[in-house]
Design a protein around this ligand. Structure first.
Ligand SMILES: [Zn+2]
Length: 455
């Protein structure tokens, strides 16, 4: 084979970052979490060819032709998933400044900013997200669809996204984008094209409209929320008949249903209606959790969102502070009960309520509230893959699966915060990151007196 010197040099320069589609890559580390077992495997090896895993196990023989990536004292894991993100927005700062920014910036500019959120999420080891709602007041743009498609086409770096487009909700409810603004400030009342629907027929129309526009999953608000100004956090916002229509229409179109829900009554009605996951679930009582367990409904607890809001409570108007405090006071007991009772837990964080890329902080919150570290890791891999309907292709390290894998330093079952220090990320056979993130490199390079003050 004849290779010119120039091609040879170029190959050497890019050998680590880019691999030919058919090159065999062998990743090895001191340990491996395969997504299924209750213990870690020692001397983990994962063999990848193209975009697939061709083998994974303990101490596998490594073919001599393989390009070896030795990750040392680390644990190989399936790429993490987050079943509840909002990659097109950032709600982590001052609430009123964010509202002003939302009406001030062009949606196209917000879309460009979102590409950075997508990058920091995948660099943190989250190779798949279920993005549960993207809307800009006064706009019908579908930025989440654009972001998903651009990532799929390889135009930008980000996690695989399953998107919900606009969340569906009632007039004046948690998802009403004009909630808290003067009536008709935006020239019209929102309708089904904004996800705002009242009555079973309109709910069906909203579901159909979203699927037509590229939704992979249907999201709805069945109770009030924390970060909305004109509703109570735990009141039901859809009727049982509306929920039945929501679930029936979504499932007919083979879409799963995730519902934002804090209140106990709304949760019970939604579970009875057959939703696939309850998001947040702050006020759910043990009786409701019992029904949930029986119906095998997933709980996505989003502990990190509440934690963030409580840590920055002065950033929110008094009405929202009161709602946040009530939800925070209830959610720890609810989560402990859910774990004890064996309710299926899916990993989801409500990214955008806190800064993107910190998703893994959810793991420690789960473990601190009584969840076994292995179960916490399973929630972000096998459980989420099942909830998202992608477990045929993803969620475990085994032959035939797509090669989404990451490495965390040391042993995450001994120190769960190792998940916050992901050192290697591969998505579908492509190395996204090995070593520090772009942001970390900048941080390390900056001298202390040049660093901007924290806000
Ligand atoms: Zn959310």
């Amino acid at each position: 084979m004849k290779i010119t010197r120039y091609v040879g040099v170029a190959f050497l320069c890019f050998a680590v970052a880019v691999h030919a589609a058919d090159e065999l890559i062998a990743m090895k580390a001191a340990r491996m979490f395969d997504g299924k077992s209750n213990t870690l495997v020692q001397d983990g090896v994962v063999l990848v060819e193209g975009n697939k895993i061709v083998d994974a196990g303990s101490n596998l023989p490594i073919p001599s032709a393989a390009h070896v990536i030795d990750l040392g004292d680390a644990t190989l894991c399936p790429g993490f998933m987050d079943a509840h993100t909002h990659l097109t927005s950032d709600y982590s700062g001052d609430f009123n400044q964010r509202r002003l920014k939302e009406v001030d910036l062009n949606v196209s500019e917000q879309a460009i900013i979102a590409t950075a959120y997508a990058r920091s999420t995948v660099e943190a080891g989250f190779t798949t997200v279920r993005d549960l709602g993207s809307r800009f007041v006064g706009s019908r743009e579908l930025v989440d669809v654009a972001l998903r498609n651009s990532i799929n086409k390889g135009l930008i770096v980000g996690p695989r996204m399953l998107v919900a487009t606009k969340g569906i909700g009632a007039t004046g409810g948690h998802f009403d984008p004009t909630n808290g603004f003067r009536d008709f400030l935006f020239g019209r009342e929102p309708d089904y094209t904004d996800g705002i629907a009242d009555g079973p027929d309109e709910i069906r129309k909203a579901v159909r409209f979203e699927v037509k526009n590229g939704a992979d999953v249907i999201k709805a608000a069945v109770s009030g929320g924390v970060l909305s100004l004109a509703d109570e956090v735990d009141t039901p916002q859809l009727t049982p008949a509306e929920m039945a229509a929501l679930v029936d229409e979504s499932h007919r179109l083979r879409k799963k249903v995730a519902v934002h829900c804090h209140g106990d009554q709304a949760a019970r009605e939604a579970i009875e209606a057959g939703v696939d996951s309850i998001e947040h679930g702050s006020f759910m009582k043990p009786e409701t959790l019992t029904v949930m367990k029986k119906k095998r409904t997933f709980l996505t607890p989003t502990l990190l969102a509440t934690e963030w809001i409580m840590g920055k409570i002065d950033n929110y108007p008094p009405a929202l502070q009161a709602k946040a405090k009530a939800a925070a006071a209830a959610r720890s007991d609810m989560f402990r009960n859910a774990v004890k009772m064996g309710v299926r837990i899916s990993f989801g964080t409500d990214a955008s309520v806190y800064p993107h890329g910190q998703n893994a902080k959810e793991f420690k919150l789960m473990v601190d509230l009584g969840m076994n570290p292995i179960d916490a890791l399973k929630s972000a891999t096998t459980n989420d893959a099942e909830l998202l309907g992608i477990s045929q292709k993803l969620g475990t390290l085994e032959k035939g699966k797509l090669a989404d894998l990451i490495a965390v330093p040391g042993d995450p079952t001994v120190d769960i915060t190792a998940t916050e220090r992901v050192s290697f990320v591969m998505k579908e056979g492509k190395v996204i990151r090995q070593g520090p993130t772009a942001a970390q490199k900048t941080e390390n390079a900056a001298s202390p007196h040049l660093t901007a003050p924290a806000d």
